[in-house]
Write a new protein. Structure first.
Length: 230
């Protein structure tokens, strides 16, 4: 079962240098055939695309977001990678939120090309669900939300729902899922995140039925190592 870690760089370190260090460290791990895991997807923070507009309920600084600085990177990897996970991380990052997850691919039109780096921009957002909803209702609500998301987020080439099965960091926010939207180009994200003002309102309204909020979004570029088939 995959594991994903969200990382935040320390205030006394430079984020771009952290990106370079992390990318070089993971490349070195995959050059070691004896310790090489099956896969790793490294997502490095990118600026929010110019022109992207979110409704108040979905904005980065909305009151329903946990008030800490945005993440600077995320690492998705196989669950047997503990021995090879980058050492020295505590010298760069002051926060690591880690979860065991399973994925459900809702849409993949093939226009995102995985590589180093992959094409396009990925959007990740952890979701905190309403506490008064049983898990069955949450799963049903998110499943019913999927067709609307596919229609409204018309510029997205890949849409994945990640279900959080286990919290592996004691201090991590209690998210229950992670939404992934991957756009083949930055312009597809900026210009076609919503199909229309009406669609934007429909998405915000529907999410309100089961999503209470979550930590800040991560807009990132992927670097895909190995064969990711989980």
């Amino acid at each position: 079962m995959p594991i994903i870690s969200f990382l935040r760089v320390r205030k006394d370190r430079d984020a771009s240098e952290f990106h370079d260090w992390l990318l070089a460290r993971i490349k070195a791990i995959f050059e070691n055939e004896a310790a090489r895991p099956r896969y790793c997807v490294l997502s490095l923070d990118e600026p929010v695309p110019s022109g992207l507009s979110l409704p108040p309920a979905m904005r980065l600084d909305a009151s329903n977001s946990v008030p800490w600085p945005p993440y600077d990177a995320a690492i998705l990897h196989t669950d047997n990678w503990s021995a090879a996970f980058p050492t020295g991380l505590d010298e760069w990052a002051d926060l690591e939120h880690t979860y065991r997850v399973t994925r459900k691919i809702i849409k993949d039109d093939g226009n995102v090309v995985d590589g180093m780096p992959s094409t396009g921009i990925k959007y990740l957002r952890g979701l905190i669900f309403h506490k008064d909803l049983p898990e069955s209702a949450i799963r049903r609500s998110w499943a019913r939300h999927a067709p609307l998301a596919v229609d409204v987020h018309e510029g997205a080439s890949r849409y994945v729902q990640w279900w959080v099965e286990e919290h592996l960091s004691a201090n991590a926010p209690k998210i229950g899922g992670i939404a992934e939207l991957h756009f083949a180009t930055a312009s597809a994200l900026a210009e076609r995140f919503f199909d229309s003002p009406r669609g934007m309102k429909e998405i915000a309204h529907d999410l309100g039925h089961f999503v209470a909020g979550g930590p800040p979004r991560l807009f990132a570029r992927d670097y895909v190592f190995g064969s990711y088939t989980d």
